[in-house]
Structures are given as structure tokens and as C-alpha cells.
Write a protein that binds this ligand. Structure first.
Ligand code: RIB
Ligand code: CA
Length: 311
């Protein structure tokens, strides 16, 4: 497999953390140019610290972490603290990491890295898309240097998870999601329709913990925290594993089925604010994203066990 140049933009966040661990565990496949952080699940100071904590757990101090936007482009800031705990990393022990943040703003890093890239770069976006959207506003020409935007966000048949009709990442910055979806880039979008098929059942969490590495144990602890909040034995076996689907796609696309669609975002406020309208009946010139419709949950967990066992 040719190594893919990758920037991960995230808001760690319990599931962002597992996505980062999975990516850090795949140096053979992913050349991670940098991690950029945004406010989302919790405030920017915490998301930036949390990304550095996860980097230290993975032993990947070679990957720079840049702090980015502290608030969405237009709307007022919202967070998802109820799902991620006061630290943003559930019950995981938090500490001041050894390696500092990289100098400079994440948006500047994205722009200068893409301008200088001698081959197209993939962007994995697992939080509100503010950083990448502002980079595209700052220099629209960087879109030509983007190989693929793989984003976790949106919902179609699954309904919303932060309002009745909106998924958190898109709800937290709908205008940013609109910028990504209208930039002319190849977009692969993992909404709740797919991530609700990747559930951290107690059996899967136990198997991950038994892998025995620090990374596997940390990921299992994060999932247990989420299960304490989101598992609903009567409805689903465990909490959905949202953000790692983006990295699993990059490592093994056979784990998913995607379908071309026109995805539009409601940015006008009101009851449907942040809603993603996913239209599969779009004509070929209207399609702006590949929307994930199926996910192999067992396969994603087998990939996690294999990769986190190597850290
Ligand atoms: O709706 C799920 C998304 O919102 C995930 O990215 C999770 O980390 C939260 O940010
Ligand atoms: Ca996230």
C-alpha cells in the first residue's frame, strides 16, 4: 500500500482519541503530516492538550499538533461535554504531555502544507470543520492539492444526535461543513447512518482491552466511558464508534459501502439547523460526496485490535 499523506483535524473527544490511536498505529500506510485541533466536544485548550496526550500514549512525538479555531465560523459555540466528560477524555487520566504544541495556527499549517505539497494530501476531519473551511476560504486554490476529505458528520436515516435533525459535528459548525461540501473536493462522509453500525459492545471492548498495549487499554477505557452514557441494552449493544470510521476507511475501504449523493447543509437556523439533506437521486454533476451507507462493525474492531496491538 502506498503511504497516504494525511492531516487529521479533530476535537478530542473520546472517539477522536481512538481515531488518532488507529492512525498513529499505521505508519506503514499513513504519513501523518500533522494533527490540527479545533474546539468542539470541549474547548480548544482541552482538545489541544488531549491530542497531545493521545500522541504521547501512541509514542508519536514525531507528529506535530497545531491548535486551531476556538469557535465556529458564524454560529455561537456549542459543545458535547455531556458525551465526553469534563476533561474531554472520559475517565482517562489526563496530564500535561511532554511534547508541546507546534508553533503557529492550524489554519496556517493546513494552507502552507497544501501549497507546498508535491502530492495530494488527504484530510481526515473528525470534529467541526472550522479549520479546513477557513483554510479553503483563505486560499481556495488549496482544494486542488486535496486528494480526499474524509469526514465524520451528518445524518440521513439515522436522525440527529444533538438535535432531532442534526449530527453534532455539522450542527457545531454548519457553515464550515457547507464550505467543505462546495469546494469541489472528493468528499467521503461518514454520518450516523454508518457509525451506528459500529458499536462498542462489551464483548468487543473486552477483546480490545485484552490486546494489552497502553493504546488498546486506553481506547477500551474510553469506550467503556461512552457505553456508560450511550449504550442502551434494549436498543443497541454499545456506543457508536464515530470518528475511527474515517481512519478505518483509509486503512481498509472494503469495510464500508459508500454511495454518491448530493449532500447539502441547512445553515439558516431554526429547527433543522445543521441538518444534512442527503439526496441519492442527484444527477452526476450534482453529486458532491460519497455517503457511507454500510459499515462492517466487526471488521472495524478487528482492525483496531490488530493495529492498537502494534503500538
Ligand atoms: O456526532 C459524533 C461526532 O461528534 C464525533 O466526532 C464526536 O467526537 C463528536 O465530536
Ligand atoms: Ca470528534
Amino acid at each position: 500500500m502506498k503511504r497516504r499523506k494525511l492531516i487529521i483535524d479533530c476535537d478530542p473527544g473520546v472517539d477522536d482519541a481512538t481515531a488518532l490511536l488507529l492512525a498513529f498505529a499505521a505508519p506503514d500506510a499513513l504519513d501523518i503530516l500533522g494533527v490540527t485541533v479545533v474546539a468542539g466536544n470541549t474547548g480548544l485548550v482541552q482538545t489541544a492538550r488531549n491530542a497531545r496526550i493521545v500522541r504521547q500514549i501512541a509514542g508519536r512525538a514525531d507528529v506535530p499538533v497545531f491548535a486551531g479555531c476556538a469557535r465556529p465560523m458564524v454560529r455561537e459555540a456549542v459543545d458535547a461535554g455531556a458525551f465526553h466528560g469534563p476533561s474531554g477524555l472520559g475517565t482517562l487520566a489526563v496530564f500535561e504531555p511532554d511534547a508541546p504544541l507546534a508553533e503557529g495556527h492550524a489554519v496556517d499549517f493546513i494552507v502552507r502544507t497544501l501549497r507546498a505539497a508535491d502530492e495530494a494530501v488527504t484530510l481526515a476531519v473528525t470534529g467541526p470543520a472550522t479549520n479546513l473551511a477557513l483554510a479553503l476560504v483563505m486560499d481556495p486554490a488549496i482544494a486542488a492539492k486535496i486528494d480526499e476529505i474524509v469526514m465524520m458528520g451528518g445524518a440521513r436515516s439515522a436522525g440527529g444526535n444533538i438535535t432531532a435533525s442534526a449530527e453534532f459535528n455539522v450542527f457545531a459548525d454548519p457553515h464550515a461543513a457547507h464550505v467543505l461540501l462546495t469546494a469541489g473536493c472528493r468528499v467521503t462522509m461518514f454520518g450516523l447512518d454508518a457509525t451506528y453500525q459500529v458499536l462498542s459492545s462489551p464483548e468487543r471492548v473486552a477483546a480490545l482491552e485484552a490486546v494489552g498495549t497502553d493504546a488498546a487499554r486506553a481506547s477500551a477505557e474510553l469506550m467503556r466511558f461512552s457505553n456508560g452514557i450511550e449504550a442502551d441494552p434494549g436498543r443497541r449493544a454499545g456506543a457508536p464508534l464515530h470518528d475511527p470510521c474515517t481512519i478505518a476507511w483509509l486503512l481498509d475501504p472494503s469495510l464500508f459501502i459508500v454511495s454518491g449523493a448530493k449532500v447539502a447543509v441547512e445553515t439558516n437556523g431554526g429547527l433543522a439547523f445543521g441538518h444534512t439533506a442527503v439526496e441519492f437521486r442527484a444527477g452526476p454533476r450534482e453529486v458532491n460526496a460519497n455517503w457511507a451507507v454500510r459499515a462492517d462493525g466487526a471488521g472495524v474492531f478487528a482492525l483496531l485490535n490488530e493495529r492498537l496491538g502494534s503500538l
